[in-house]
Write a protein that binds this ligand. Structure first.
Ligand code: NAD
Ligand code: UDP
Length: 309
């Protein structure tokens, strides 16, 4: 069955891939974005599709449209961008999600909320299962994002309990791939851009902190499967459970690009989590979540994208 779908943050990195895949599966897609970190070029190839519509709008303001599926992807995801205006980041997560839950309540639409591994903060439990409640500093520089996303999850579950809104909450772990903004500031895009330009590769801290990097196609497969799944609200972790130190990531990018870049160390930002790896048991049980792109393969495809940019 095809749906009329709203994708907020649809001109962003993950949102644009999602719009593309929804069109492929026959849905009518309304892409909404305020273009804070999103780019028109990410969706330029979709603009002529008769099942695609673009709205410039900010989710902190209510919107009245008729849809039956909502993917709430709107929120800057890179620390550089979400810390640029932390109050706005919190408004986007809290007021924005509340507006969309209101829309879901009125229309009866199913709403998928893009939450994050950041709800686990700097985790004391490793790997992180959905039952882990996290260790977040509520007054630190990452809190506008972490606590905003935690409050957005709370709103989803309260709208679900109070008003029967049909929710799907996913916790996304570090995702990368084509259409990341080269100036986005996240580690994968930074390292690839630096390696391709022959600039110094900037490791923050000693590079022993770990992340688990997921190629965007695998994430989007999981998102689409969970949206179709009946009978579970989540939260469900989505990502890749291969865990790498930031050092290892730098070496892999250097190897795959053949770069002559040097690695330099810069100060570790405040509250930077020391490790992160998803426990994916639930996603695998619920909807056969599968991973197809190991790090080297995903990096190869992403490097190709940045080479042509
Ligand atoms: P992104 O910055 O590329 O995309 C976010 C999009 O939301 C952009 O197009 C931006 O312009 C738009 N946006 C921001 N604030 C808005 C507002 N108030 N109103 C309307 N549009 C707004 O980031 P991304 O990596 O594609 O992330 C998409 C979603 O996934 C975000 O909600 C993010 O928190 C979540 N997420 C991403 C990752 C990751 O590793 N990429 C990890 C965890 C969670
Ligand atoms: N990082 C780094 N060099 C960079 C950008 C990031 O060493 O140029 C580190 C950062 O300190 C963190 C990890 O890479 O430990 C992942 O950072 P990113 O901003 O991509 O995501 P997040 O910290 O939100 O997981």
């Amino acid at each position: 069955m095809s749906h009329t779908v709203l994708v907020t943050g649809g001109a962003g990195f993950i949102g644009s891939h999602l719009c593309e895949r929804l069109l492929e599966q026959g849905d009518y897609v309304i892409c909404l974005d305020n273009f804070f970190t999103g780019r028109r070029r990410n969706i330029a190839h979709l603009l002529n599709n008769r099942n695609f519509e673009l709205i410039r709008h900010d989710i902190t303001e209510p919107i009245r449209i008729e849809v039956d599926r909502i993917y709430n992807m709107a929120c800057p995801a890179s620390p550089v961008h979400y810390q640029a205006n932390p109050v706005k980041t919190m408004k986007t997560s809290v007021l924005g999600t509340m507006n969309l839950l209101g829309l879901a309540k009125r229309t009866g639409a199913r709403l998928l909320q893009a939450s994050t591994s950041e709800v686990y903060g700097d985790p004391e439990v490793h790997p992180q299962p959905e039952s882990y409640r996290g260790s977040v500093n509520p007054i630190g520089i990452r809190a506008c994002y972490d606590e905003g996303k935690r409050a957005a999850e709370t709103l989803c579950f309260d709208y679900h309990r109070m008003h029967g809104v049909d929710i799907r909450v996913i916790r996304i772990f570090n995702t990368y791939g084509p259409r990341m903004d080269p100036a986005d500031g996240r580690v994968v895009s930074n390292f690839i851009v630096q390696a391709l330009k022959g600039e110094d590769i900037t490791i923050y801290g000693d590079g022993t902190q770990t992340r688990s990097f997921c190629y965007v196609d695998d994430l989007v497969n999981g998102i689409l499967k969970f949206m179709k799944h009946e009978g579970h609200t989540g939260p469900v972790n989505l990502g890749n459970d291969g865990e790498f130190t930031v050092q290892e990531l730098a070496q892999e990018v250097i190897r795959l690009t053949g770069s002559q870049s040097r690695v330099v160390n810069q100060p570790l930002p405040q509250d930077d989590p020391t490790r992160r790896r998803p426990d994916l048991t639930l996603a695998r049980q619920l909807f056969d979540y599968e991973l197809t792109a190991p790090l080297a393969e995903g990096l190869r495809r992403t490097i190709e994208y940045f080479r042509h940019l």
